[in-house]
Design a protein around this ligand. Structure first.
Ligand SMILES: [Zn+2]
Length: 260
């Protein structure tokens, strides 16, 4: 992931700042016993403002320090009392509770996001290649194609909802294997493909279109509803179906799209 390299020094900085604040807290608590006229001048007010949230008292429900979601006491305790002061631990704890929350959400909504049968997914995807070929040749409208054409990044969807980045890679590989020549041919007349490239077209148009088809089957809904589900479950997919191969590395920059 792109964040990892930049994350290390930040973590160090935060830890040392936390130590400073802890020291500041210690000195402020001793100051609080002083007469008020004395403490006005000597109190390190700026540092006090930065003071981190204290570890929750027993009667309060603990909150995730990253997203502030309430956590069960047993879950919170399982991370140890020092978790609240270490950024890396905070991130890990946040990821763990998010994963568990998304698993529950998936079960509640009957989204087949956990334990995806990836071999079967390939076979299912194969049945939709004819449709995607027609779509590539302009026989079907696609909101994702429009988004790519307009280059409105906010409308571009990079992963097929709850299938996550891993699903995106599986579908992407299959699409490129089967339809590469068709996309290349379509690029002769389609400015968006010519400008963005085969990979971008597969990733930003055909993968989400295929994702919609698969979600329609999974959830027995129409394409409109499937599109809504796909959009609503992007984060769920990122947590539950991560992928080591980071195909989407260029997402933030919007660069690196292959030229035809
Ligand atoms: Zn959280």
């Amino acid at each position: 992931m792109a964040n990892t390299a930049a994350g290390t020094p930040k973590r160090k900085r935060t830890t040392s700042r936390t130590d400073d604040i802890e020291n500041a807290n210690e000195s402020s608590s001793s100051l609080s016993d002083c007469p008020s006229d004395l403490s006005v001048d000597s109190r390190p007010s700026k540092q006090l403002k930065k003071a981190p949230k204290k570890a929750p008292k027993k009667e309060e429900k603990p909150k995730c320090p990253i997203c502030e979601k309430e956590l069960s006491l047993s879950f919170y305790k399982s991370w140890g009392s020092k978790a609240v002061h270490k950024l890396q631990k905070q991130s890990e704890m946040h990821a763990a509770h998010e994963k568990s929350d998304f698993e529950k959400e998936a079960v509640a909504n009957k989204y087949p996001a956990v334990d995806v049968n990836w071999d079967k997914l390939q076979k299912r995807a194969a049945k939709h290649m004819a449709y995607l070929k027609e779509l590539t040749n302009g026989k079907h409208e696609s909101p994702f194609r429009k988004a790519m054409k307009s280059r409105k990044k906010k409308d571009i969807q990079y992963t097929p909802g709850y299938y996550g980045p891993r699903g995106a890679r599986v579908l992407m590989e299959q699409i490129l294997r089967v339809l590469q020549d068709d996309i290349l041919a379509a690029g002769q007349t389609d400015r968006a493909i010519a400008a963005g490239g085969i990979t971008a077209f597969a990733q930003c148009v055909l993968v989400p279109e295929l994702g919609i088809r698969l979600i329609m089957e999974d959830m027995k809904v129409d394409s409109e509803e499937a599109a809504k589900i796909m959009k609503a479950t992007i984060k769920m997919g990122e947590r539950l179906n991560e992928d080591e191969d980071d195909l989407l590395e260029d997402e933030e920059e919007g660069e690196g799209w292959l030229a035809v």
